[in-house]
Design a protein around this ligand. Structure first.
Ligand code: SF4
Length: 517
């Protein structure tokens, strides 16, 4: 029985310090020692280390499977990632159900994009003429290198040595930050998630939520060694505020600002940037020089078309009716200068690919990623490419078929991505089409090719197939567990094979219906 003194001591302790609730507590002389007095075991377990992305080695094929296995093995990360993205998918569904004309909107958006892409040259010319008349300098970049050089040239002409920028997948595609570092220009990301990734020297893992694969403890760790926060404080408000305090002075003294664009309107020569943090507006409005890097597929013909896309974008991306900021840029402000760099970087070539050109309709909402069971459980960085998830599987091979040859196989082809895509891209069909193309181009590893060939032979011979199924069932029912679940069976590390049925459907049908299948 405890004494009054012991009960009072215990009541005064923080709940986590009460010995009764903690099997790891160290008790000496009837008193619980605090961590500093204890011998070895910390009161809180060390946070799980963040799994890193795929190893990228030049032109060698990315091993997505290997990186995915590491992500899955980090169980806290995998669980959080899966749940966070599934939550976005559910919110998207709720928003969709609130709009009775949702399917009509998707069809309309798809048709507008289809029309624009098939008249791309005309609309780009129209935009250029209108934008110039609005006082915008328009540049054309054939590829990533040209884009980076053009932007560098503009900055050099203005004597700019620092640049603040909002999130842009196009600049990721162009390796922009690395290039700018090589020419001595400081780039500061203003989107919180993107800034976390920049400070951690990692690429974004998602097109909308770049640091979605990180736990709070990961962010606390990154901030502690980059901006000097308390590594033990994982409070989101504390971390966000600390980052804001550290970055604001850099924003205020930057020489130039850069944004991307979600949509470009041909008839008005304007462009539109959608964000939830207002950071694009800071990037565009604080410095006098504003540069916008825009992929040529972002164009739409008229302002009235914008409403269709704005209604779809945020609902599909985050399950919210609107982004907090939908900013229209028409021309430079008084005393300022505005440049638009229209970037091709393989888009014209993709437009000529019969089976894959509709991937250019993509508005980068990320809905296909949020719904994809492979993406949710493997993390965006496992793809080792700028674009991950289902949209990445069909875009990445257009940049480098050899390097990204494994990616189209990272899909169960369940079609959920196609079902949620707001511009109705037939994503899962394109994934399947890429597999055929890559096999034809001999870009598929020999082991995978041999396995597929053997499966093809087996599936084309019903008798051999039935015999194989029967032997597999017998083996599963009778073999000792260690024969099935061992180090050689990577599949079985995270799954249980279902118990084999007593009878196959074929044998049941034969016995009960007496007919041959
Ligand atoms: S492919 Fe469709 S769902 Fe995926 S990011 Fe693009 S627009 Fe969104």
């Amino acid at each position: 029985m405890s004494t009054t003194r012991e009960r009072t001591d215990d009541a005064m302790l923080h709940p986590e310090m009460r010995a009764g609730a903690d099997p790891d507590a160290i008790i000496r002389g009837g008193r619980r020692l605090d961590h500093a007095e204890g011998t070895s075991k910390p009161l809180r377990p060390a946070p799980e280390l963040q799994p890193r992305g795929a190893k990228v080695r030049g032109n060698r094929p990315i091993d997505q499977q290997e990186a995915a296995a590491r992500f899955i093995a980090a169980t806290e990360h995998e669980k959080m990632h899966d749940e966070r993205l599934w939550d976005l998918r559910q919110k998207r569904d709720r928003e969709m159900h609130g709009i009775s004309e949702w399917e009509e909107l998707r069809s309309l958006a798809s048709a507008i994009k289809e029309h624009t892409l098939t008249h791309l040259d005309e609309y780009l010319d129209q935009f250029e003429a209108k934008a110039r008349s609005n006082g915008i300098h328009v540049h054309w970049a054939r590829d990533a290198a040209e884009h980076n050089q053009i932007v560098h040239g503009i900055l050099r002409d203005h004597g700019a040595t620092s640049l603040i920028k909002s999130k842009s997948m196009l600049t990721e595609e162009c390796g922009f930050r690395h290039y700018m570092a090589s020419v001595g220009i400081e780039v500061i990301e203003t989107d919180l998630g993107e800034r976390i990734q920049q400070l951690d020297n990692e690429d974004p893992s998602h097109v909308v939520v770049p640091a979605v694969h990180k736990l709070r403890t990961d962010v606390a760790e990154v901030f502690s060694h980059t901006i000097g926060t308390d590594p033990g404080n994982t409070d989101v408000h504390y971390l966000a505020e600390a980052q804001r305090e550290a970055t604001r002075p850099l924003i205020l003294k930057a020489d130039a600002g850069m944004t991307g664009a979600n949509f470009v309107v041909a008839e008005t020569g304007t462009f539109v940037v959608c964000t939830n943090e207002g950071n694009a507006d800071l990037s565009a409005n604080v410095p006098k020089l504003h540069i916008a890097s825009i992929g040529i597929e972002k164009i739409i013909p008229r302002l009235e078309h914008l409403a269709v896309f704005v209604r779809l974008l945020s609902r599909s991306a985050l399950g919210s009716p609107m982004t907090q900021y939908t900013s229209h840029f028409r021309g430079p402000r008084a005393g300022g200068e505005m440049h638009v760099v229209l970037v091709d970087n393989g888009r014209s070539e993709r437009l000529g690919l019969e089976e894959f050109w509709t991937s250019l309709k993509c508005i980068r909402c990320g809905a296909c990623m949020n719904t994809c069971p492979v993406y949710r459980r493997s993390g965006g960085l496992s793809y080792g490419a700028t674009y991950s998830g289902p949209i990445g599987l069909i875009i990445d091979p257009t940049f480098n078929a050899r390097k990204y040859s494994n990616l189209p196989f990272a899909s169960s082809l369940n079609g959920s991505c196609t079902n949620v895509c707001p511009v109705k891209i037939n994503i899962h069909e394109q994934i399947y089409a890429w597999r055929r193309v890559l096999v034809k181009q001999h870009e598929v590893p020999l082991v995978k090719k041999a396995a597929m060939k053997a499966a093809g032979v087996l599936l084309s011979q019903p008798t051999a197939y039935r015999a194989a199924i029967a032997s597999a069932d017998t083996a599963l029912a009778h073999l000792p567990r260690f024969v099935i679940y061992n180090g050689l069976n990577a599949w079985g590390k995270h799954r249980e094979v279902p118990h084999p049925p007593k009878q196959t459907f074929h044998s049941w049908y034969h016995a009960n219906r007496g007919a041959k299948l």
